[in-house]
Design a protein around this ligand. Structure first.
Ligand code: ZN
Length: 485
């Protein structure tokens, strides 16, 4: 026994010195069926610490990003997803070589490194992220008249920090952005504070203590009215409204300031709110909505017809489904979009603008059998329909079909169990089906085959007759749907 222990200690020491078997370069992708080169194999990121400077006048982003990671196998180098030209790379205090090809950054690890090793990478860079070049002919960084936006799905991080850019590798974040005095810089999580440097610039310091995906991590720089407060459970609330909202400003404020109320409503359906902060950011320079963690990003057009509580319900619901319970692979996106759309149906039901069954019936009726929305398999929509109507509306239809089959009490127990069991993790369709079958004790293969795995228009949802008039909330939920994340 004692001898075995000593043997293990010796083996562990030996492992610390040289890998047990040949170390190889980390793979430049995680093999996601839709985006095989997204993310990188060989390590798991624990924490990103981003130190950024941005000057709206010059569009120059200067960064010093620290990535703390643990190797998941023996590696001799690893890849990051990064589009900007890198200046320097260090690993555990040593300068290391690197190479860039397109959005793949390969970094040496300073020799062979065994699995389970803590690596601290430090990257420096300085570039205009809105400028494209031959190596990377696209950019998702958006320069605006008053600053910049880094808000996009399914990939945004390569244009502002080196990352393992796939939802399956979540991490915590510190984001400190230095901007000229009088400019606001908004990101996720807790606003730790704003610190004037005394040289005409101010640091905006943000901290995300809950695991966060790269695509739900954002930056919005410009002229914003920033409001800070606390929820009745003591969570920090930060909302930010662009000074350029014009006549849409009041409607945006009226809706987004209801986020606290929306959180309480959704807690009644899905269980406790999984994040430590809440809020929202609204800008006329955003083209679509995104469930950026703790602080959804709303384009001004979402409020062009006046207040729009439904869009707030959708994005806030994503804090449970999409952010806390994130997709395992991108094809699982209906577990995010279908659930967030279903939350809107629940809100409609609560405010008397149409029950979820009414909305399911009308959605079913709205799309004729030859409509292309039925050509898509909800649980495998292909990258083309990643944010299409199928994952949003047919995803919600699938949930209503499930609710009709298993009853309200079991259905909501399932949603709460799903949210708490998979909290701050990743999950796929097979896991949801397994949990539904476990909770109900029923074989639900036919139901899921019909509503999420197979293309084609199935028989109507549930046993009720189809509604003959359009639910009051249908147009708003439907119209915003495919244009939002
Ligand atoms: Zn969404």
């Amino acid at each position: 026994m004692r001898k075995t222990l000593i043997g293990l200690v010796v083996a562990a020491l030996a492992l610390g010195a040289t890998p047990a078997h040949a170390a190889e370069p980390g793979a430049p992708g995680l093999g996601d069926p839709y985006y095989p080169r997204a993310g990188n194999a060989g390590y798991d990121v624990r924490h990103y610490s981003l130190g950024l400077q941005y000057d709206p006048a010059t569009d120059v982003l200067t960064g010093r990003t620290v990535v703390n990671a643990v190797t998941t196998r023996d590696v001799s180098s690893v890849n990051f997803d990064f589009a900007l030209p890198l200046l320097t790379a260090r690993v555990n205090g040593r300068d290391v070589g690197f190479a860039q090809h397109g959005t793949e950054l390969t970094v040496g690890t300073g020799g062979d490194v065994p699995a389970g090793t803590d690596l601290s990478f430090v990257f420096t860079y300085s570039a205009s992220p809105s400028r494209t070049h031959a190596e990377v002919p696209v950019t998702r960084w958006k320069r605006t008249p008053d600053g910049a936006l880094a808000v996009a799905a399914p990939s945004m991080s390569p244009w502002w920090y080196p990352a393992n850019d796939h939802p399956s590798d979540k991490a915590t974040y510190d984001v400190v952005i230095t901007v000229p005095d009088g400019v606001e810089a908004i990101s996720n999580g807790e606003l730790v504070g704003t610190f004037p440097l005394g040289d005409g610039r101010t640091n905006w310091s943000w901290f995300s203590g809950k695991p966060q995906t790269t695509y739900a991590t954002f930056l919005a720089i410009g002229q914003f009215d920033v409001r800070r407060g606390y929820s009745d459970t003591g969570k920090q609330v930060v909302t930010a409204y662009s000074d350029a909202l014009g006549t849409r400003g009041p409607a945006a404020r009226a809706s987004v300031e209801r986020t606290r109320e929306v959180v309480r409503f959704l807690e009644g359906r899905f269980g406790y709110y999984p994040m430590a902060e809440l809020g929202g950011v609204v800008s006329p320079y955003l083209s679509s909505t995104l469930e950026t963690q703790t602080r959804p990003a709303y384009p001004a057009w979402a409020f062009q017809d006046g207040p729009n509580d439904y869009v707030v319900v959708h994005e806030t619901a994503h804090q449970w489904f999409g952010n806390s319970v994130a997709v395992r692979q991108w094809k699982d996106i209906w577990l995010s979009e279908g659930f967030a759309t279903y939350a809107q149906w629940l809100w409609s039901e609560a405010v008397g603008e149409g029950t979820a069954q009414d909305l399911a019936d009308w959605t079913y009726r709205y799309y004729p059998a030859d409509h292309e929305v039925w050509d898509v398999a909800v649980a495998d929509p292909t990258p083309r329909y990643l944010y299409g109507a199928a994952v949003h509306e047919r995803g919600a239809l699938a949930l209503q079909a499930l609710r009709a089959a298993i009853g309200d009490a079991t259905f909501f127990a399932l949603l709460r169990t799903w949210a708490s069991t998979k909290e701050h993790g990743n999950a796929g369709t097979a896991e949801f089906v397994a949990m539904a079958e476990e909770i109900t004790g029923r074989d639900l293969d036919d139901l899921f085959r019909t509503w999420v795995h197979s293309p084609g228009k199935p028989a109507p949802v549930g046993a009720r007759s189809l509604t003959t008039s359009e639910p009051k909330s249908f147009a708003r939920i439907h119209r915003d749907g495919p244009a939002r994340g």
